[in-house]
Ligand binder design. Structure first.
Ligand code: NAP
Ligand code: MG
Length: 499
């Protein structure tokens, strides 16, 4: 690992957005302070400085936003044809394309991902918008046979459910909000979004851009504020039809409880502790960078990070040597520095929590092979952590069982593939996972054997909306991508038509 520049300034457009005194709520196409008048601050994790102040929305603000979303759902938006909604999504993609540099500067400063990573995420965003544009004109029911006497025609119709509550995490809101916005626009629903307090700004800026691109006022509203106040109010709101949530399993449980008020259907993408299985016959030229970046990308703050790196015993030494060499190419630095490939973690709390797992791992008997410290010197005010590796980890250790959500990789030796599958499955979670092997039968045995929502073979982390990804066990339910994604925003109406 090397470090790059400690301090860099944002571009003019991002600066003009960031220089607002307070970032207000965005309801019915207009900006409003929170009813309470209260505000919260968000920090730039590269510098530890306050970046911006935003409205601390609460239950009455959520009421107001839900009313706006309900009125928009029942208003002229309900008469838009699929072609018109498709054209809107295409227009939004064009405007986002033009404003992408401004957006990634805001995102980099708010949540710490390096510009290099964010720039590389543009094709994924554009692909997502193309996918949802195509979904707008692909919603279909079925005509069905029936056993009813007489001339009765039967069919199913799909209809938009209404108001979606979207609760968004901090680890990549610029892109991840479009899993919700895209489906809302494609289906004809409306939304109230509650971004994470640590990274709300790109969601607020995108809401303005959606309006500029022609989205009717009230179709997408944003209420910032704390999870326990604004987030809870949204999950518990009787006039919100569904919740799309990405975040921790604990918060997912709270949302399930709150949603019982009107039996909301939920789309929940939760935590993970994914196993990345490196077989002795793997091509290490690919497996080493793949498995390393499967953990350290986004400073380890990715739900499907392959943090349990299971390595077949004969190659543990070679793999470890190459992994540590590859880590020398990581460049940790300020998120606005074009040379940085790894930024800080999101907050002081997160940094302390990740550092506490370094102590936990050591006390459990794992061997710290690299890293384990906060960066000092020019970086001491930011929340930077050395990318860290533990060797000799066993699956009983807390560092192998609990989601750390930081740049910490555990190497766990195994003897045969059955043992690797058993270790992979000995987890409460089931989100991602991978196998690296030059033998297709071995790879497929692992693919079939591991209980997880997504498996990669000889690669890590590809997500394509046409293919989708989802979780099982404590990682949640409700797919992202494919037509199954759209089903979360639609309900099915059975029609019996007697002629
Ligand atoms: P989090 O604490 O669960 O927060 C996620 C969102 O929920 C934030 O907007 C938060 O608001 C809100 N929230 C908190 N308490 C709430 C409540 N009682 N009711 C309603 N909303 C509430 O998760 P995080 O720390 O931001 O994100 C990290 C976690 O998300 C990790 O566990 C990670 O694995 C998971 N994640 C999963 C995926 C996936 O696709 N499976 C993707 C990314 C992240 P505040 O910010 O205001 O607290
Ligand atoms: Mg921030």
């Amino acid at each position: 690992m090397t470090t790059t520049q400690p301090d860099v300034a944002p571009n003019g457009q991002a600066q003009s957005f960031l220089s607002r005194d307070v970032h207000h709520l965005f309801i019915d196409g207009q900006r409003f302070p929170a009813a309470s008048g209260e505000t919260l601050t968000t920090t730039n994790p590269s510098t530890g400085e306050v970046l911006a102040r935003f409205a601390a929305g609460g239950p009455s603000d959520v009421d107001r936003a839900v009313l706006a979303a309900r009125n928009a759902f029942n208003g002229p938006w309900s008469t838009w044809t699929p072609y018109e909604r498709q054209a809107l999504i295409t227009r939004i993609a064009q405007v986002l394309d033009e404003k992408f540099e401004e957006l990634i500067q805001i995102e980099a400063m708010d949540m710490g991902a390096p510009l290099t990573r964010l720039r590389n995420s543009k094709p994924a965003l554009m692909k997502m918008l193309s996918f949802f544009a195509s979904q707008a004109t692909s919603i279909s029911g079925e005509t069905l046979m029936n056993g009813i006497p007489g001339n009765v025609t039967t069919m199913t119709l799909k209809a938009p459910v209404g108001v979606i509550g979207g609760i968004i995490p901090w680890n990549g809101p610029l892109n991840s909000q479009f899993w919700i916005i895209g489906a809302v626009l494609a289906s004809g629903c409306t939304a109230v979004l509650k971004p994470a307090s640590e990274a709300s700004l790109s969601v607020l800026r995108v809401a303005e851009i959606l309006l500029e691109a022609g989205t009717p006022a009230g179709v997408v509203n944003v209420v910032t504020g704390s999870g326990s106040s604004a987030g809870h109010a949204l999950a518990a709101h009787p006039d919100v039809d569904r919740i799309a949530f990405t975040g921790s399993t604990d918060t997912g449980r709270r949302i399930i409880e709150a949603s019982t008020v009107n039996i909301k259907k939920l789309q929940l993408e939760l935590g993970g502790k994914s196993a990345d299985i490196i077989c002795a016959d793997a091509d290490l030229d690919k497996a080493v960078p793949g498995a390393t970046m499967g953990v350290f990308a986004n400073s380890g703050q990715i739900c499907f990070a392959g943090t349990r790196v299971l390595v077949q015993r004969p190659i543990v030494e070679e793999f470890t040597k190459r992994l540590l060499q590859f880590m020398d190419t990581l460049r940790v630095g300020n998120s606005l520095d074009d040379n940085a490939t790894m930024g800080p973690v999101i907050s002081k709390n997160q940094l302390d929590s990740v550092l506490s797992y370094i102590d936990i791992g050591r006390n459990e008997g794992a061997e710290l092979l690299r890293g384990g410290q906060r960066l000092g010197g020019d970086f001491e005010n930011g929340y930077f952590m050395q990318p860290s590796v533990f060797g000799g980890v066993t699956n009983e250790m807390r560092i192998a069982r609990e989601e750390i959500f930081g740049p910490v990789l555990s190497i766990m030796p195994f003897d045969d593939v059955d043992e690797a599958i058993a270790i992979a499955n000995d987890s409460e979670y089931g989100l991602g996972g991978a196998v690296w092997s030059e033998n297709l039968s071995t790879a497929l045995r692992v693919v079939h054997g591991v209980h997880t929502g997504t498996m990669w073979v000889n690669c890590y982390g590809y997500i394509d909306p046409l293919v989708g990804f989802s979780g099982t066990k404590l990682s949640g339910y409700g797919s992202k991508g494919t037509a199954a994604h759209m089903d979360n925003y639609l309900y099915t109406k059975s029609v019996y038509l007697q002629l």
